[in-house]
Design a protein around this ligand. Structure first.
Ligand code: SF4
Length: 358
């Protein structure tokens, strides 16, 4: 069953059916292949949801919360090794069960994890890093709060299908995710989203999910990257990793559905990137030299030089990019980037020399 959201009702059902018939088809390796050098900062492991494939969240009483000092130390270390992006990704906002998290935030003077996130984004800017926050479902008011201190933001749609992986008393819903992506568009926030392949969705669900993202982008123009991510095995997940042919077919569908200006991204620590590059991948997302992928800790990011070798062996070049894409950073009509974000870029010749994404 699909999500109940206006964007789903607006989709061309016959066109979606047509895309599901596509066979995997290579188009040659694109040039360049981009990535962002980031630090992954997991502010809290508390999450109100309990997705069936996730090892990230900890239950109440066991969840961690990074202190301002710990965040500052991570940011300082990241800048020292040339990172440009502070990736704040964590579970959806803690609900009333996480009393210790709320008490700790209160003792530091914050009334929610999002007001703490705002402060941490300001700290990142002070350190000369561009914040990219991915804090789960957000409202218009949340984007109004966080927009001025983020170069870009994101949330995975994962799928428009109601899948058992999201079952339970507190469950992530595709309708909420779609509404978050729409709210990002209304806020003119350059945005990253994507689909998670292999959590119980079908081929039509995958096509519909990509079509929903494309429809929201057609309305707001705010999607800079779409991640095609295969689920990976872990101790909580019963879902097998999708094989290469499945990923190639999803990439072929993504190319058919998404406009060319939207970068197709595949995380290089979760898929055999050398087998997928010729299927329309143009971006590898954030790669960190200083932190692990806290969402998938058993899958370390490859070293940048290793990735460069893979990309060059495929006949392309690896190019670093910023967290915000060029068409937003240099839009003559403005509205996509706050002055304090632009000031951080302009103040650092090393940062200003790095191309934004396309
Ligand atoms: S996948 Fe995200 S929303 Fe789901 S339990 Fe994990 S951290 Fe929470």
């Amino acid at each position: 069953m699909s999500a109940t959201h206006p964007v789903i009702a607006s989709l061309d059902s016959a066109a979606i059916d047509g895309v599901t018939q596509l066979a995997p088809s290579p188009i040659g390796v694109q040039r360049p292949i981009t990535f962002a050098k980031n630090a992954f900062i997991p502010l809290t492991t508390a999450c109100r949801y309990t997705c069936g494939y996730c090892t990230y969240y900890d239950p109440p009483g066991q969840a961690s919360l990074l202190s301002p000092t710990e965040v500052d130390d991570l940011l300082r270390g990241a800048r020292a090794v040339g990172c440009t992006e502070a990736l704040f990704t964590f579970g959806d906002r803690p609900d009333d069960r996480y009393t210790e998290i709320h008490q700790q935030l209160g003792s530091w003077g914050y009334d929610s994890i999002l007001t703490y996130l705002y402060d941490c984004c300001e700290r990142a800017l002070t350190h000369g890093l561009l914040p990219h926050s991915n804090p789960g479902d957000l409202t218009d008011a949340d984007f109004e709060l966080l927009g001025p201190v983020n170069a870009s933001m994101g949330v995975m749609l994962e799928t428009t299908a109601e899948v058992p992986a999201h079952a339970g008393v507190r469950r992530k819903t595709p309708a909420d995710r779609l509404e978050t992506i729409a709210a990002a568009g209304r806020a003119q926030m350059p945005f990253t989203t994507g689909i998670l392949v292999g959590i119980g969705e079908g081929w039509r669900d995958r096509a519909e999910s990509l079509a929903a993202i494309a429809a929201l982008h057609a309305r707001y123009g705010h999607i800079q990257e779409v991640i095609i991510q295969g689920v990976v095995p872990n101790e909580r997940s019963p879902y097998p990793q999708p094989d290469v042919e499945t990923m190639r077919r999803v990439l072929t569908m993504a190319r058919a559905i998404l406009p060319a200006e939207v970068a197709i991204q595949v995380p290089p620590n979760l898929s055999p990137i050398e087998d997928l590059l010729s299927y329309g991948v143009v971006d590898l997302g954030g790669v960190s030299p200083v932190t692990v992928d806290h969402i998938n800790p058993a899958h370390p990011w490859p070293a940048v030089e290793h990735l460069r070798g893979v990309v060059e062996a495929a006949g392309s070049e690896l190019q670093e990019r910023l967290a915000i894409h060029d068409r937003y950073l240099h839009d003559p009509d403005g509205g996509w980037v706050d002055d304090q974000i632009r000031a951080v870029i302009d103040a650092d010749p090393a940062l200003a020399a790095i191309p934004a994404g396309d």
